[in-house]
Design a protein around this ligand. Structure first.
Ligand code: AMP
Length: 430
C-alpha cells in the first residue's frame, strides 16, 4: 500500500490558529479605528499584480525586486507576481481608477498578506502581513507627520512600548545627484575595504551601502558624508517642518543620517520604527515608509506628491507577547446554552438558535452530543448561566425547560415565549 503523504505549510509560511486570531483582530481593529479617525479610507488590491509594476516602481536594484519576488507566468503568457508590498499596487489603482479627480488629499489604508522569497527566521517570513497608510495629493510636511503620528498611535494603542522612530530626508531629484557624487568620491577611496555585496551596491545603487550589516562597511558608513548637508532649500525646509510637527505631538524621534530605505521610489522624508531592545534576534524594524513624490508619475499618472508607511503584524505580535500585553478574546461571552434530546428536539433547536441570533442573544450548543449529561458538562465548561433543555416531550407540547445553572432551579416555559423570557432574565442579571 502507498505510504500516506503528510503535507506541511510551505517554508516561511504559517497558520494563524484560532487561539492566535485575537492578535490579528486587535491590530486590525486598532488600525481601522485610528485610520478612520484620521480620515483614511480602506482599499484592497489584488494579491497578485503584473511583475513589471514592481520592477518599474521599486527599482530593479532594490533587494525586493532583485531577489525576493515570486514571479510566475500565466497560461496566457502574462508575467505576474505575488505582491511583495502594498504601495505600488495602490498607486496602480489610484491611476487606473482615476482617483486623482477625487477630493485631495486622498488618504487610504490597507491590511493584508505580502510575499517575499526571503530566508525565513523569527520575524521574517515568506508570507507575512502588513498594514499601511498612504496619502496622495499633499505635498505639505503635515502629511508626512500625520502618517508617522497615526502609525505611532497604533503601536501605542496596542500597548507596545520601547521603540523609537528614526527619520531622515534623502532629498529630491534636484539635490540628490550632488550627494550621490559626494558619496561616490568618498567610497571610491575605500572600494577595496568594502564587502563583495557592497562592491556591487557601489555600482548599482550606492545608497544601499548604508543597509549593509558587515562590520567593516558599518565602520566606513560612520565616516561617510551626511545627506542633510546637501539638501536643497525646498527639501531642507520640508524636513524642518516635518520635525517641527513631530515635536508638536511629542513623538520620540531620532535623526538617522544614514537611513535611506532600499526602494527607488522614496524622496525627501524617510522613517522607520525600531524596537529599542533586541526582542527578535537580529533586531528588525517594525515598519517604515516615506515620501514618494515621483512614483505616481513613474507608473504613468500625473505628477502627484504622496507619502505613506507600512508595518508588519508578526513583529508587532512578537513584541506584544514578549511584553506580556494581554489581548482579550473577542469571542462573545456565552450566557445561554441550548441542550436537546431526540431528533425532533434537535430539529427544533436548529431553528431556535437562529431565532436567538436574530434577537441578538448569543447561544451555544453541542448538537452532536446526544446525552443530556454530556451537554450539561459542555454548558458548564463554557460558563453558561442558563441552559435551555428541549426533550422529546417538550418538542411535542411546545414547551422548553429553563435551568439556572448557579441554583439548579428549573421551570417549564412556553417555547413561543422563550426569547422574551431569556431576554428579561439576562437583563435582570445585568
Ligand atoms: P518594508 O516594506 O521592507 O519596509 O517592510 C515594512 C515592514 O513589514 C517591516 O518593518 C516588517 O515589520 C514587515 N516585513 C517586511 N518583510 C517582512 C518579512 N519577510 N517577514 C515579516 N515581516 C516583514
Amino acid at each position: 500500500m502507498a505510504k500516506t503523504q503528510i503535507f506541511y505549510a510551505p517554508k516561511g509560511t504559517y497558520d494563524i490558529l484560532p487561539s492566535d486570531q485575537k492578535y490579528w483582530e486587535r491590530i486590525n481593529k486598532i488600525v481601522r479605528e485610528l485610520a478612520v479617525f484620521y480620515g483614511f479610507e480602506r482599499i484592497d488590491t489584488p494579491i497578485f499584480e503584473e511583475a513589471s509594476l514592481f520592477s518599474r516602481g521599486l527599482g530593479l536594484t532594490s533587494e525586493v525586486v532583485d531577489k525576493q519576488m515570486y514571479v510566475f507566468k500565466t497560461r496566457g503568457g502574462d508575467e505576474l507576481t505575488l505582491r511583495p508590498e502594498g504601495t505600488a499596487p495602490i498607486v496602480r489603482a489610484y491611476i487606473e481608477r482615476g482617483m486623482s479627480v477625487f477630493p485631495q488629499p486622498l488618504k487610504l489604508y490597507y491590511s493584508g498578506p505580502m510575499f517575499r522569497h526571503e530566508n525565513p527566521q523569527k520575524g521574517r517570513f515568506r508570507q507575512f502581513y502588513q498594514w499601511g497608510l498612504e496619502v496622495f495629493g499633499e505635498k505639505d510636511a503635515v502629511a508626512d507627520a500625520q502618517v508617522i503620528h497615526t502609525s505611532f498611535q497604533v503601536f501605542k494603542e496596542l500597548g507596545i512600548s520601547g521603540f523609537n522612530i528614526q527619520v531622515n530626508s534623502i532629498g529630491c531629484k534636484k539635490c540628490r545627484p550632488r550627494f550621490r557624487d559626494v558619496l561616490n568620491n568618498h567610497y571610491h577611496s575605500f572600494l577595496k575595504r568594502l564587502c563583495p555585496d557592497c562592491k556591487r551596491r557601489f555600482k548599482e545603487n550606492i545608497f544601499r551601502l548604508f543597509d549593509c550589516k558587515n562590520e567593516n562597511c558599518i565602520a566606513l558608513k560612520q565616516t561617510a558624508p551626511q545627506v542633510i548637508e546637501y539638501l536643497c532649500d525646498e527639501c531642507h525646509n520640508h524636513f524642518k517642518y516635518v520635525l517641527e510637527f513631530l515635536d508638536e505631538v511629542n513623538l520620540p524621534y531620532l535623526l538617522n543620517p544614514y537611513l535611506f530605505r532600499g526602494l527607488d521610489y522614496y524622496s525627501q522624508t524617510v522613517f522607520e520604527f525600531w524596537p529599542e531592545n533586541e526582542v527578535i534576534p537580529g533586531n528588525f524594524a517594525l515598519g517604515g515608509g516615506g515620501r514618494y513624490n515621483y512614483l505616481v508619475e513613474t507608473l504613468g499618472g500625473k505628477p502627484t506628491p504622496a507619502v505613506g508607511g507600512a508595518f508588519g503584524f508578526e513583529r508587532a505580535i512578537e513584541i506584544m507577547r514578549a511584553q506580556k500585553i494581554k489581548v482579550a478574546d473577542s469571542k462573545p461571552k456565552i450566557k445561554v446554552f441550548l441542550a436537546q434530546l431526540g431528533i425532533l428536539a434537535k430539529r427544533r433547536c436548529l431553528k431556535l438558535m437562529e431565532e436567538f441570533r436574530q434577537a441578538g442573544i448569543t447561544v451555544a450548543e453541542s448538537f452532536g452530543r446526544d446525552s443530556i449529561k454530556a451537554q450539561m458538562r459542555v454548558a458548564d465548561r463554557l460558563g453558561a448561566e442558563w441552559v435551555l433543555i428541549l426533550g422529546q416531550k417538550e418538542a411535542l407540547d411546545g414547551t422548553i425547560i429553563l435551568r439556572e445553572m448557579s441554583s439548579g432551579s428549573q421551570e417549564v416555559i412556553p417555547q413561543e415565549k422563550v426569547i422574551q423570557i431569556v431576554k428579561k432574565r439576562l437583563a435582570a442579571k445585568g
